[in-house]
Design a binder for this molecule. Structure first.
Ligand code: PGA
Length: 253
């Protein structure tokens, strides 16, 4: 059985005070209202990982994740954060290959494959993002591109390693735009990704990999998106910064 996951991607938002207030409020609401056992992850900016982790305490349901990490082990890389640093802070998850990293920081498939390796080596779970820009969808080449992103980032992994990956399909045109994919569009792409994994690793393994949808998920559309057979949860940006809305999204799974 694959896990249901709702991850909040806070991006570069909030001050320390706001971050601790937000996480405290979500945790309170989750303990009062959330019945299901979906995993909940706060992907916070690096400086807030430990304070937020401290607020979470030893919850079995809620955890923290980073939004990126270096492909290098250690050394003279000013401003970077390594997987071993995250491991030493007991951070279980890290988002890799978010479209904003691909677009603004030039991250490509080759680099992401290295990041995946270093993260897995240190025992963290990568949340690997893929998704097409608008012009690619308009040319009707989205399936091809997303399959290629998955191949470049992940297909060098052996069976034991691929099992540890969480995938997030995030069409770039839906991120932060308020223009979400329809449930049918999401399901179509999730099944394309799962079929591609199945062709490479076999159906049993592909059926066990969680594939999250991301791109303007909100309290109003989450239920329909999460109701799709191959959608195992969400990677939520803007709506994860509002406690009430994020908790409503969690309750939709
Ligand atoms: P959004 O962001 O929910 O604000 O569209 C999603 C993401 O970028 O992960």
């Amino acid at each position: 059985m694959r896990s249901k996951i709702v991850a909040g991607n806070w991006k570069m938002n909030k001050t320390l005070e706001e971050a601790t207030a937000l996480s405290s409020e979500i945790i309170k609401l989750v303990s009062e209202e959330v019945k299901g056992n979906a995993k909940i992850i706060f992907c916070t900016p690096f400086p807030f990982l430990l304070p937020v982790k401290g607020i979470i305490g030893n919850s079995s349901q809620v955890s923290v994740g980073a939004q990126n990490c270096s492909e290098h082990e250690a050394g003279a890389y000013t401003g970077e954060v390594s997987a071993s640093m995250l491991k030493s802070m007991v951070i279980p998850y890290v988002i890799l290959g978010h479209s904003e990293r691909r677009q603004y920081f030039g991250e490509d498939g080759k680099l992401l494959a290295k990041k995946i390796d270093v993260v897995l080596k240190h025992g963290l779970t990568p949340i690997f993002c893929c998704g097409e820009p608008l012009e690619v969808r308009e040319r009707n080449e989205h399936e091809q591109l997303v399959k290629q992103q998955v191949e470049e980032g992940l297909f060098h992994l052996n069976e034991e390693s691929i099992r540890k990956i969480v995938i997030a399909y995030e069409p770039v045109w839906a991120i932060g735009t308020g223009k979400t994919a329809t449930a049918a569009q999401a399901q179509e792409m999730h099944s394309v990704i799962r079929k591609h994994l199945s062709d490479r690793y076999g159906k049993a393994l592909a059926d066990n990999i969680s594939i999250l949808y991301g791109g303007s998920v909100n309290a109003g559309n989450a239920k329909e998106l999460f109701g799709c057979a191959d959608v195992d949860g969400g990677l939520v940006g803007g709506a994860s910064l509002k406690a009430r809305e994020f908790v409503e999204i969690i309750k939709s799974i």
